[in-house]
Write a protein that binds this ligand. Structure first.
Ligand SMILES: Nc1ncnc2c1ncn2[C@@H]1O[C@H](COP(=O)(O)OP(=O)(O)OP(=O)(O)O)[C@@H](O)[C@H]1O
Ligand SMILES: [Mg+2]
Ligand SMILES: [Zn+2]
Length: 522
């Protein structure tokens, strides 16, 4: 007998065998029992969640004469023909390869004929969103006046690509992603039946990796078993599927929280030599910090975090140790830095730079503390002044009382003074700041307009650069100003980059800031 992959072998044949879509299967069964049937159904949802399976079961149930309680019998000729794909009255059409007007015209010709021996002629059109506009229009005519003996079942992973005119003539069912526990249950059933030995923890790894698609889970199991045979070890699963060991993720977040830069580098070395995908690892780390935060906020994190018990405990422990502020800063930093990995040819180095900084984020935090202390001292001095006036101090501090809400657009003179002040201190920051020709002060805020997605704007997303800028601004303007970047599509107050034509703006920005030149362009 030829080998049949699990996904095919385990295709559900009865409504009750479809897991995680009870809201749909119950409704369909009731519709059949009460004979309240629509002409056209639309099944939408992610890949491998049961759309085609349910379409076939439903088609069988529609035509089966011996079915019970809305289920098909799966034994009569009508049922078996549908199961093995030889039915004349039930046709499955792949929308991706029959997307044109001609195919739909043929279909319209065909539906005029009565079913050969079943009750209905049923058309299951998969990937319906692939039809051309003309084909949709032709289909619409049929849907407007469908013959009694015809039923349509459309399936799609991309319902937003279907014209509204079609959508509004279908009864729509949205298939859900299947929760990890349900995937685990199904995989347990399969391995038991197939005589495969695998730990529950191994099943969890597969279920998690499937991201809500039961077919993906079954295919992953296939892959693993074809490699290991019937006895499956957890570490074989991670190796075959190239999944990053969960322990390594926890080790990384712990190293970051402990500020252990050396360990961070060692972990990256391990990741790299193991051949893991660095970007996938980065996503895992982002997910990890998100989980840490959720575990601090949520009363019952198991509700939101789809994690096994031991991981939940460890997550909570690390999170409590790190504290909310630290975690938020870290996640924010990771989100901002993700672009660094996206455009680099050397992801390892980029990752090292990011994790090193991340593990030293406390240093920025202590800077925050410092500011708070300075504020406290200021307050005390201000109080003291009321009793012992000191001319010089008073002069210095009175400048800090900026007129509230006054908007002030600089003529550019003060700004260039500011730039000359920054240049000897930090050339790169000064160069970045040269992108602006002026600024606005409103109340206690210094506002800089900023092109959406520009390099110059995102330069200051880095906490280190930003803190540095704030220090310069406060020192120079002698006022406790906040600095805010105001995102705009095309700010007038920002100089357009010029020269090096044909280069993207970001590149032009970078070349200018680092005082470099473009050597080759490909
Ligand atoms: N809800 C489910 N219950 C049980 N098995 C399922 C379910 N969803 C998927 N499967 C398994 O995955 C296989 C493929 O499912 P199916 O073809 O129904 O998915 P689909 O939603 O049509 O996917 P696609 O969008 O890729 O066409 C089935 O044969 C079955 O083994
Ligand atoms: Mg399908
Ligand atoms: Zn039957």
């Amino acid at each position: 007998m030829s080998y049949e992959v699990f996904a095919r072998k385990w295709r559900p044949q009865l409504f009750k065998e479809v897991t995680g879509q009870e809201h749909i299967t119950e409704t369909l069964k009731n519709a059949l029992l009460s004979d309240r049937l629509a002409h056209a159904y639309l099944f939408s949802g992610a890949r491998g969640v049961g759309k085609t399976s349910v379409a076939r079961i439903f088609a069988k149930a529609l035509n089966c004469l011996q079915g019970q309680e809305g289920n098909p019998c799966n034994r009569c000729t009508s049922c078996t023909e549908i199961t093995n794909g030889s039915s004349v009255d039930v046709q499955e059409i792949d929308g991706a390869s029959n997307r044109g007007i001609d195919e739909i015209r043929d279909l319209r010709e065909n539906i005029r004929y009565l079913p050969s021996h079943d009750k209905y002629r049923i058309y299951i059109i998969d990937e319906i969103h692939m039809l051309t506009l003309h084909a949709f229009n032709a289909l619409l005519k049929t849907l407007e006046e469908p013959p009694e003996h015809v039923k349509f079942i459309f399936a799609t992973t991309e319902p937003h690509k279907i014209p509204l005119t079609i959508l509004s003539r279908c009864q729509r069912f949205d298939f859900k992603r299947i929760p990890i526990v349900k995937i685990e249950e199904q995989i347990k059933r399969i391995v038991k039946e197939e005589g495969i030995r695998i730990e529950d923890s191994g099943i969890s790894i597969i279920a998690r990796e499937a991201e809500g698609s039961l077919r993906d889970a079954e295919s992953l199991l296939d892959q693993v078993v074809s490699f290991t045979g019937p006895n499956v070890e957890d570490n074989q699963i991670t190796a075959v599927l190239g999944i990053i060991d969960r322990d390594l993720i926890y080790k990384t977040s712990q190293a970051v929280i402990d500020g252990d830069s050396k360990l961070c580098l060692e972990i990256i070395d391990e990741i790299y030599s193991y051949g893991y995908d660095i970007k996938a690892f980065y996503r895992e780390i982002m997910g990890q910090f998100r989980n840490l935060i959720v575990s601090l906020i949520s009363q019952d994190p198991s509700q939101i975090l789809d994690l096994p018990d031991n991981e939940l405990k460890e997550t909570k422990r690390q999170a409590t140790h790190a504290g909310m502020e630290r975690l938020l800063q870290s996640l924010n930093f990771l989100i901002n830095r993700e672009v660094d990995l996206r455009y680099t040819n050397n992801p390892r180095i980029a990752l090292e730079a990011i994790l090193l900084k991340l593990s030293r984020l406390t240093e920025y935090l202590s800077f925050d503390e410092l500011i708070k202390k300075i504020e406290a001292i200021e307050k005390r001095i201000n109080k003291g002044m009321a009793t012992e006036p000191n001319k010089d101090l008073e002069a210095a501090f009175s400048k800090k009382e900026y007129p509230a809400k006054e908007t002030h657009l600089d003529d550019g003179k003060k700004w260039s003074e500011f730039l000359s002040y920054v240049t000897p201190k930090n050339r790169v920051i000064a160069n970045v700041l040269r992108e602006w020709k002026s600024y606005t002060i409103a109340g206690d805020t210094l506002e800089l307009p900023c092109r959406e997605g520009s390099f110059t704007g995102s330069f200051f997303d880095d906490p280190e650069h930003y803190e540095q800028l704030v220090t310069y601004v406060q020192d120079f303007f002698q006022s406790k100003l906040k600095v805010v970047f105001k995102k705009q599509n095309d700010p007038k107050d920002l100089k357009k980059s010029s020269g090096q034509d044909g280069l993207p703006d970001t590149v032009k920005d970078i070349v200018k800031i680092f005082e470099g030149k473009v050597v080759s362009q490909d």
